[in-house]
Design a protein around this ligand. Structure first.
Ligand code: FES
Length: 173
């Protein structure tokens, strides 16, 4: 990580400290902000948070490791979390899981080599009467079928295509 990136990260974390406070109760909200913005929580970020909240880095690491929605490993641009709890399980979540794995060419817990998609399991996300349910980042999809998996992934790919085109246009201006 470049020095300027480290400075930027430090400034961001300080701003979240101003927002959430600088004691233990701020730990999870700050970690969630880092995760949302950077898709992972680096060791450097954990160190800054520990210094700012005046707690031991091991404590920060312990929290990051404990909560599955916080992660120190890099994740894809789209994190897909399929619910595996009982209602979704009874509504054929296995077929959806197989389709996701086949379409993406990865297994659960993995990220595609191009860094676009990460596939994970989730526990109940509160959509039990409309299962199988999955999350793509913060967006919920219900009554997912193998066909719908294809549409969801196409939507993600299109969104990335549009984004990439916008970036190219900005560079050309
Ligand atoms: S069991 Fe899947 S959303 Fe509740």
């Amino acid at each position: 990580m470049l020095v300027t990136e480290q400075d930027a990260l430090r400034q961001e974390i300080k701003a979240w400290g101003d927002m959430y406070g600088r004691d233990r109760t701020a730990l999870i909200p700050i970690l969630q902000e880092i995760q949302r913005k950077h898709a992972r929580i680096s060791e450097y970020a954990m160190q800054i948070v520990a210094d700012m909240l005046d707690i031991h880095p091991v404590e920060v690491y312990g929290v990051v490791s404990f909560y599955s929605f916080l992660d120190h490993k890099p994740k894809g641009r789209f994190v897909i979390r399929l619910c595996r709890t009982i209602s979704c399980d009874m509504h054929d979540k296995d077929r959806v899981a197989r389709q996701l794995q086949n379409d993406l060419g990865i297994r659960f817990g993995e990220t595609t080599p191009d860094g676009r998609f990460t596939l994970e399991w989730a526990n109940c996300i509160g959509m039990c009467d409309q299962g199988p349910a999955l999350l793509v980042n913060d967006h919920v999809f219900t009554r997912v079928t193998p066909d719908k998996v294809h549409d969801i992934l196409e939507g993600c790919r299109r969104a990335m295509g549009v984004h990439a085109q916008e970036q190219m246009q900005e560079q050309l201006v």
